[in-house]
Design a protein around this ligand. Structure first.
Ligand code: UDX
Ligand code: UDX
Length: 430
């Protein structure tokens, strides 16, 4: 089938490549001409494992192409996916500017029957709004349907998640539209959930909110483990073997970041508060996550009366491993707190390039992990990149000035590290 995807971000680009791989003829549309130019040349402008190869392969098959011309793109395609950004407004509510723009553009150029698929994470009731925005913007009398089809892609494994999802959730009032979407995804061997648009929107938010809840739950348990000298990983393992709990998302650490959990939790709280049905557990989930970096910095402050002038090395800038995405990365909350303490900050990340706004604050990025740790007074691990487990800590022990490691993701083996002469502290682990 011919498919148009509006919004060539992490999600749209990944979905485009995956759908082209399935045999569909996919056009990617974006307002950002630089992105379209890069993708047309076969250059992925962000880091996502295996996606560069898939992009190149699908460009060769001519099943995937890119454009910044909405008129032709919309006229040529009956099935139109929307994957534009829905960032948080200051009050926590999702910013629907781009969703509305995409809907109005579809209305403006609509020239016949369309199925509009909202894949961006949108607040409850937005899919119905999209239908109205299209109706108001169009002069074309042809019928059209809207479907809410949330994405569950994890950055760092987005292509894998797109090719092998756990489930496909489809929300629409039109059985014909639902049947068409099931045909589009007919190559997938997973359960399909057919429901209403608002139930599909809620499924997305509730899924992310629950995952965030698991993280804040284990992070609070980790604080209690600190009080009792318990290794939280042992507790998480013991919990996770119960299939009602499951072992995933029980890694204690600095808390969750990224372009989804923080914004989706905020949005769901906003909607709940404004519907007279506040979500009290989720409010605490957000508060625990907000306080986690400070809890960790207090561990550092207990060991150092002052951090002024101390050479502190931050390992990891991305919000999680295997991505270059720094949106809401906890690393930068930690860096901000250290700047307030007037520390001398060196950063390392396997792929992220420190943005200029941070370079201008006097932070230095060194790309070799050994060179970065030279003469360090203390090392703080913020992102659980596998590289930080693999590097030679015995060698680092010879390079540093002070032997202190604060492991915000509990990725090192405490006993081994201590044998090298380091003071080691994790979160619920030491
Ligand atoms: C986005 C949403 O943020 C997320 O909530 C949803 O689940 C999936 O889509 P992501 O792909 O990470 O996730 O967004 P982002 O990387 O910000 O990409 C959005 C793209 O839309 C950008 O490339 C932007 O240029 C493009 N865009 C934005 C348009 O093409 N048109 C617009 O009007 C606005
Ligand atoms: C998440 C959801 O997993 C995905 O289904 C949804 O479509 C988009 O949002 P993503 O944000 O890419 O995906 O990353 P994820 O792997 O979920 O991690 C989110 C954050 O939680 C990261 O900052 C990560 O470090 C943190 N995390 C994750 C923990 O702190 N502990 C864990 O056990 C797991």
């Amino acid at each position: 089938m011919k498919i148009l995807i509006i919004g060539m971000g992490y999600v749209g680009t990944t979905m485009g490549a995956a759908l082209a791989n399935t045999g569909h003829e996919v056009t990617g549309l974006d307002v950002d001409k630089a992105k379209i130019e890069s993708l047309t040349k076969g250059i992925l402008y962000f880091h996502e494992p295996d996606l560069q190869e898939m992009l190149s392969k699908q460009l060769q098959t001519k099943r995937l192409s890119f454009t910044s011309d909405p008129k032709e793109a919309i006229k040529d395609n009956e099935i139109i996916f929307i994957t534009v950004g829905t960032p948080s407004l200051k009050n926590g509510n999702a910013d629907l500017t781009y969703i509305k723009q995409a809907a109005e553009m579809i209305g403006k150029y609509k020239n016949g029957k369309k199925i509009v698929v909202v894949k961006s994470t949108v607040p409850l009731g937005t899919t119905e709004n999209v239908k109205q925005w299209i109706e108001v913007a169009t002069e074309d009398p042809s019928p059209f349907d809207v479907v809410m089809n949330p994405e569950f892609l994890r950055e760092g494994r987005a292509l894998q998640d797109a090719l092998n999802p756990d489930r496909v959730v489809l929300g629409s009032h039109s059985d014909e539209a639902l049947n068409t979407l099931e045909k589009i995804y007919s190559n997938l061997h997973c359960p399909f959930i057919r429901t209403t648009p608002v139930a599909a929107e809620m499924t997305k938010y509730a899924s992310n909110a629950f995952l965030a809840t698991k993280i804040s739950f284990i992070n609070e348990i980790a604080r209690l483990c600190d009080q009792f000298g318990i290794h939280v990983q042992d507790v998480a393992k013991g919990m996770g073997l119960d299939d009602r709990i499951g072992g995933a998302f029980l890694k204690a650490g600095l808390g969750y970041g990224g372009s989804c959990f923080p914004k989706d939790v905020k949005e769901l709280l906003w909607t709940a508060d404004h519907s007279g049905c506040p979500l009290r557990i989720l409010k605490e989930v957000e508060r625990v996550n907000h306080d986690q970096p400070q809890y960790f910095i207090e561990k550092v402050m207990k060991k150092f009366a002052s951090l002024e002038g101390k050479r502190i090395v931050i390992l990891g800038l991305s919000f999680k491993p295997h991505t270059d995405d720094i949106r809401e990365s906890v690393s930068f909350s930690i860096i901000n707190k250290l700047l307030q303490e007037k520390a001398n900050i060196i950063v390392h990340d396997p792929i992220v390039k420190l943005p200029n706004e941070w370079v201008n604050k006097g932070i230095k990025q060194i790309n070799d992990p050994y060179e970065a740790t030279e003469e360090a007074d203390l090392i703080i691990i913020c992102t659980d990149w596998p590289l930080y487990k693999e590097i030679d800590w015995a060698k680092i022990s010879e390079l540093v000035k002070g032997h202190y490691i604060f492991d915000g993701r509990n990725i090192l083996e405490a006993d081994c590290i201590k044998k090298l002469g380091f003071n080691y502290e994790g979160i619920g682990y030491d």
